[in-house]
Every structure is written in structure tokens, then in C-alpha cells.
Design a protein around this ligand. Structure first.
Ligand SMILES: *Cc1c(COP(=O)(O)O)cnc(C)c1O
Length: 384
């Protein structure tokens, strides 16, 4: 019987019940003991001995349950959970590059990902070229020593889209690995591995965990890549996810479909509201029906999340502060993907803007959309 993703999300990896408990226990243990030396060394040829855990930095039943579900959702052979999105991202990047190598990276990728490449990797002999994200621009940026193309589609804050199929075809022909950050879509709205991407990374802190109570990360890839990362970056950097956090992640993921469908509904309603506000100059949202890349977006994504950014016409610093501070339901804070709505004014510029500008990134939580609109109605009084 072939089950849908939603059914697997509830049951995959949880076939065994302990004392009849419908939820798995938290295996709050650092190590696992063995009766024989052969078992401890992992030399048992018994196919029924599936669970041969040794040490929780390497593997734990709570990690395995979410890893099985993640691989199923992303359509990859394997998945690995990490103590944060950045732990997963840095492990994936370090897997792909050595001293003397070159990376091509999307300019609007998540800030700390970008600064890892700008401020840390050069110290180890790895250089990065940034691109807006157009396919021909990426192709032109490839050097003989390029080993990695790092994508994020939709990207952070401005939600820029890259063409996975075209870019990964170019990369494969040149033996270059590709990574994409898929936190924005979650595995329910986009599966980049099916479009050729080698490693899909997630900040599970966001939609996957979904309740603003865990910091976690994940990467999804082939069995060969995951096994290599497990023995190298996973083992040596040691940033794997703890048992209780893995358990919380499982709890969060059970409702992923419900929350993503609600995110999609609310994002579309908020887009209609924002695009009709006279105070708004531009709205950035991958679900914009008049998006210049609409055809590409529809060929890659099956939905849009509840992140939406707008550029206000008024650009005065104090006005932006007053707007955000006057909101009652929207709170000011980094992160997103939880139950609570957030509004963050951000000042800056991607590489293709002539000057820095204020934008406001909204994250819509699970409150009533009409209450959120009314909250913004009164906030906009400060942006006139
Ligand atoms: C938050 C975020 C990350 C980093 O994840 P952490 O869990 O905070 O380490 C990476 N990528 C994107 C797109 C994010 O929003």
C-alpha cells in the first residue's frame, strides 16, 4: 500500500510501541550499552538488528524517527538532524569544499550563511562569488575551481527564486555540487532534490518544529553523502540534535500539513491586503499572481508560505520604528515559523539595488488574519 506523505508523517519510523505508548519515549541517554564486543563494534551481520546505536552524538532513536520522516518528505534516501540550521548548513558546505575551492552563492541567502562564506571560509582558502541568482549569471560565475553552488529559493527577506533544474544541470555537467536552503517552503511545498539538488538544508527551527520552542536543523541527501557527513562533519563538529529536541521536532512535524496550508491561505490574503495599501511601494511574495517568474515558481513550488515583505513609501528611520513598535499582535523579533506573528523592519540592500532601503518582513503566525490586518491598519498611520 502506498501511503501519502501525511500518513507517513504520523507513523513512519514509529512502528514499535513501547508499553503501548502511542508517542515514542524520549531516549534521554548519551550512550547505548552492548552485550558483546562484536555488537559494540557494529560487526553484527544480523539483518534484524536494525538499531545498533552507540552514542547519541552519532545517532539516537529520537533522531532516527525524524530523520526517516524528513527523508520521506524531501524524497531523498537519507536525512540528518542537527542542533541548528546553521550546524546543518556549515556541515553541508564543509562537506563540499577544500582549501583552494570556490563557491557561487546567492546574494540574498540567509545572513549567517553568507557571513560564514564571507568572513570564515577565506581563512581556510575557500573563496565565494555572490550572484543575484539568474541561471546565466551563475554559469558565468563558475571558475575551474568551483566546487559548490549554494542556492536559497525562495531566498531570505526578498524571496528571490532560482531555477533548480537549469542550474543543477549546469552544475552536474561540471562536477559541481549544489546545496539549497529549503526552510522557506518546507518539504511540503517544494522538493529540490527531485529537481537535481544534491543537498537540501533546513532551519527546522522554523516551520518544521513550528512552535518557537526549539532550535534545530536538518540536511537531506543521498545515503552516500549522509554517511560521509555522519563520519566527518557530524562526528567531528558534533552539532547533532539532542533527544528531547528531536522529540519536540517530531511533535511539531505532526501538524506540518495543517500549519503549511494555513500559512498558504494567510499569505495570499495578506498579499491582497498589502498590495492595496497606499503606504506600500512594493510587496515581495512568491505567490504574487503577477510575479515575473510565475511560471518558474509554479514549476518548482506547490505552495507559498506566510512570509511576506513590503517596501514602504516612507523611508524615515523613526517612522519605521514607530510602525513596528505600535503593533499589538505582531511582535518584533528574529526567526519565524512559529505560532506568533512577527514584524521586523530591515535596512539594507541586495547587490543589485543602487542604495540601502527599509523593508518590513512580516511573518504571519496562526492568529486570526482579520485581527492581523486591523493591527497593521493602525500601524500604517505612522508610515504616511
Ligand atoms: C533561521 C534560518 C537559518 C538558520 O537556522 P537556525 O536554526 O537559526 O540555525 C537558515 N536559513 C534560513 C532561511 C533561516 O531562516
Amino acid at each position: 500500500m502506498t501511503w501519502g506523505k501525511e500518513t507517513h508523517l504520523q507513523h513512519l519510523g514509529e512502528e514499535k510501541h513501547y508499553a503501548g505508548a502511542v508517542t515514542p519515549p524520549i531516549f534521554q541517554t548519551s550512550l547505548f550499552v552492548h552485550d558483546t564486543l562484536a555488537s559494540l563494534k557494529g560487526m553484527i551481520a544480523d539483518p534484524n538488528v536494525e538499531e545498533r546505536y552507540v552514542y547519541s552524538r552519532v545517532g539516537n532513536p529520537n533522531m532516527t524517527i525524524v530523520e526517516k520522516k524528513l527523508a520521506m518528505l524531501e524524497g531523498t534516501e537519507s536525512a540528518m538532524v542537527f542542533a541548528s540550521g546553521m550546524a546543518a548548513i556549515t556541515a553541508a558546505v564543509m562537506h563540499c569544499v577544500r582549501a583552494g575551492d570556490h563557491i557561487v552563492c546567492v546574494d540574498t541567502s540567509y545572513g549567517p550563511t553568507r557571513s560564514f562564506m564571507t568572513d570564515y571560509l577565506p581563512g581556510y582558502g575557500v573563496e565565494t562569488t555572490y550572484v543575484v541568482g539568474h541561471t546565466d549569471e551563475i554559469e558565468a560565475a563558475i571558475q575551474p575551481n568551483t566546487k559548490l553552488i549554494y542556492l536559497e529559493s525562495p531566498s531570505s527577506v526578498l524571496f528571490r527564486i532560482q531555477d533548480f533544474r537549469a542550474i543543477t544541470a549546469i552544475a552536474k555537467a561540471k562536477g559541481i555540487k549544489t546545496i539549497t536552503d529549503n526552510s522557506n517552503c518546507s518539504p511540503l511545498f517544494q522538493n529540490p532534490a527531485a529537481m537535481g539538488v544534491d543537498i537540501v538544508v533546513h532551519s527546522a527551527t522554523k516551520y518544521l518544529c513550528g512552535h518557537s520552542d526549539v532550535v534545530a536543523g536538518a540536511l537531506c541527501a543521498s545515503k552516500a553523502i549522509c554517511e560521509e557527513i555522519a563520519m566527518r562533519e557530524g562526528q567531528w563538529f558534533g552539532g547533532r540534535l539532542a533527544p528531547f529536541d528531536s522529540w519536540l521536532m517530531l511533535r511539531g512535524m505532526r501538524t506540518l500539513r495543517l500549519r503549511m496550508d494555513e500559512a498558504k491561505r494567510m499569505g495570499a490574503l495578506m498579499f491582497d491586503y498589502l498590495k492595496n495599501r497606499p503606504e506600500v511601494e512594493e510587496v515581495y511574495y512568491s505567490g504574487d499572481p503577477n510575479h515575473p517568474q510565475r511560471e518558474l515558481i509554479e514549476s518548482q513550488q506547490t505552495g507559498h508560505n506566510s512570509l511576506i515583505t513590503f517596501k514602504p513609501k516612507v523611508q524615515a528611520d523613526e517612522a519605521l520604528a514607530k510602525f513596528a513598535e505600535s503593533l499589538d499582535i505582531f511582535q518584533m523579533g528574529v526567526s519565524w515559523g512559529g505560532f506568533e506573528s512577527l514584524a521586523v523592519p530591515i535596512y539594507g540592500k541586495p547587490m543589485d539595488w543602487p542604495e540601502e532601503q527599509w523593508v518590513v518582513r512580516l511573518y504571519l503566525g496562526l492568529e486570526d488574519i482579520e485581527d492581523l490586518k486591523a493591527d497593521l491598519d493602525q500601524g500604517f498611520a505612522h508610515l504616511r
